[in-house]
Design a protein around this ligand. Structure first.
Ligand SMILES: Nc1ncnc2c1ncn2[C@@H]1O[C@H](COP(=O)(O)OP(=O)(O)OP(=O)(O)O)[C@@H](O)[C@H]1O
Ligand SMILES: [Mg+2]
Length: 203
């Protein structure tokens, strides 16, 4: 499939309009600095500014930390900035992505499972939002492994957001045999929600 055709296919299957009203307006400009989230902000902004190098090297980013502290906001800010610059992006929560793939099994959604997965593999950037929130099954693990590993082979990055602990995330990545791709990942951690508790920055 030619590049322009492939891009249209990705846009049709994974329309960024599906980001939804909460995330379609997320930018770096409307990000408010919060204690504990500054490192993640800097990493996401650097990713956007240096995206040519990150994309060329297949380097992804993992943003992990407690709920409600802007992980998805930052990932959406990256996507919103990059689609304006012609980068083909997919932004999906892992549960929603798996449901879309399953829908190809018994509904005519205009694409086969293979076609959908190929589009996922060929996008310039894929954001797997809320990794770890999916219901585990051998199929979901094998599918995610396949997508991540194929993208790794083709030097195409994945950005992951998750509120799993780093220990669990690492175990998940290792189980998926994608330790190779995680080598290239720049880690960042958002802090606790501003609840008045003592907040700590993590690098
Ligand atoms: N620092 C921030 N500045 C501006 N808005 C923020 C910031 N942090 C979070 N928000 C907003 O708060 C809401 C919740 O943030 P978001 O969904 O990004 O959190 P999350 O860390 O991804 O949570 P979860 O782990 O539950 O997925 C969103 O509407 C987001 O735009
Ligand atoms: Mg989120």
């Amino acid at each position: 499939m030619r590049e322009a055709e492939q891009r249209r296919q990705i846009e049709r299957l994974f329309s960024v309009a599906e980001l939804g009203p909460r995330f379609e307006d997320c930018t770096f400009a409307n990000w408010q600095p919060r204690p504990g989230a500054v490192q993640a902000y800097k990493a996401a902004l650097d990713y956007t500014e240096q995206h040519r190098s990150y994309l060329a090297n297949g380097r992804g980013l993992i943003i992990f930390g407690p709920p409600g502290n802007g992980k998805s906001h930052l990932a959406a800010a990256i996507v919103n900035a990059l689609i304006g610059q012609g980068v083909s992006c997919v932004f999906r929560t892992v549960p929603s992505l798996l449901k879309t793939i399953q829908a190809t099994w018994d509904e005519d959604i205009g694409v086969t499972e293979h076609g959908l997965i190929q589009a996922l593999i060929s996008a310039d950037l894929v954001v797997l939002d809320d990794a770890g929130a999916e219901k585990w099954s051998e199929w979901s693990e094998a599918t995610l492994y396949y997508v991540i590993d194929e993208r790794y082979r083709w030097k195409r990055p994945v950005i992951v957001t998750s509120n799993c602990s780093w220990k669990n995330l690492k175990r998940g990545l290792e189980r998926g045999h994608s330790t190779g791709s995680s080598k290239h990942v720049c880690l960042s951690r958002t802090g606790p929600r501003a609840t008045g508790e003592r907040l700590q920055e993590n690098g």
